[in-house]
Design a protein around this ligand. Structure first.
Ligand SMILES: C[S@@+](CC[C@H](N)C(=O)[O-])C[C@H]1O[C@@H](n2cnc3c(N)ncnc32)[C@H](O)[C@@H]1O
Length: 268
């Protein structure tokens, strides 16, 4: 059973994948200016995370949870270190975009720009076919595209557990209506990880909504990064690291900060 907070994601009318992608997952000038800064921040943080932690997790299994409309930006930096990626998403229309991306061999302009930014700018890889090869590798690493619902008792079914990394960005606060539930939902993600496995996530702070086109979607109000840190600890994580990007509230969203967090699932 879905809770009402997630129902808005089930329809194209309230969460249109193309509108979301244009506004929030694009490096083009049509993207919201703060969203572009946020995307660059996440790509940079993900790059840092995977080049420092990736070699220790070489051959890791990664779960992208609540991955959205298939623009698998969090996985571009992960691909060199992964042996398998499972992409889980709540909304059917978003899973369709991910399936289309996996089965096509060509890129959208948005995805090409993201791949180029990571491979050329962040990794400084000048090899002629490096961008196309990364895209091909990503496609081959994605073994399953599955439905998921964090508000169910079991957050993900029909795949092999555990994962070494759970990656989830701007998802939990979109799907959760209280801080108590937020901790419970983090625990559900912890159950998908092996002891010592890691969670990598981006969480919006200090806001209550964001717009997708003219649709206003609710977000859980998280008053500070300390709430995220405390929630991760309560959910059984340790070694919490948080990097932040401050933003000005706009008519598009009232978030004031974004937290890029990593944490290790306690092994005791
Ligand atoms: C703001 S979007 C973030 C999408 C993507 N992760 C990104 O970084 O752009 C919120 C995501 O949470 C997903 N979501 C909403 N309710 C959910 C639920 N109950 N369980 C899991 N994911 C959910 C939505 O389908 C959507 O993909």
């Amino acid at each position: 059973m879905s809770t009402s907070v997630s129902e808005v994601y089930q329809h194209n009318k309230t969460f249109d994948p193309s509108t979301y992608t244009e506004s929030y997952l694009s490096l083009s000038d049509r993207a919201e200016p703060f969203a572009k800064d946020l995307l660059l921040f996440r790509l940079q943080q993900l790059h840092q995370f995977y080049i420092t932690t990736g070699p220790m997790l070489s051959g890791c299994r990664i779960l992208e949870y609540g991955g959205g409309p298939g623009h698998i930006y969090p996985l571009i930096s992960a691909a060199p270190f992964a042996s398998e990626i499972v992409f889980a998403e709540y909304a059917e229309q978003n899973r369709k975009v991910a399936e289309q991306w996996k089965s096509y061999s060509s890129e959208t302009p948005e995805m090409t720009a993201l791949l180029e930014h990571v491979v050329r700018m962040l990794e400084n890889n000048t090899a002629k076919n490096a961008v196309q090869e990364r895209a091909m590798k990503l496609r081959s690493l994605i073994s399953q595209i599955l439905p998921c619902d964090i508000n169910q008792e079991v957050a993900l079914r029909d795949c092999t557990l555990p994962f070494d990394i759970v990656s989830t960005h701007l998802c939990l606060t979109a799907a959760t209506s209280s801080v108590e539930q937020y901790v419970l939902n983090l625990r559900k993600l912890a159950r998908l990880l092996r002891p010592g496995g890691m969670i990598v996530m981006t969480e919006p702070i200090g806001g209550t909504f964001y717009l997708v086109g003219s649709q206003r979607l609710p977000d859980l109000y998280v008053s500070s990064t300390e709430v995220v840190r405390e929630s991760l600890l309560q959910a059984g994580f340790t070694d919490v690291s948080i990097k932040t990007l401050k933003v000005r509230p706009t008519e598009v969203t009232d978030h004031v900060e974004y937290a890029f967090c990593t944490a290790v699932l306690d092994s005791v």
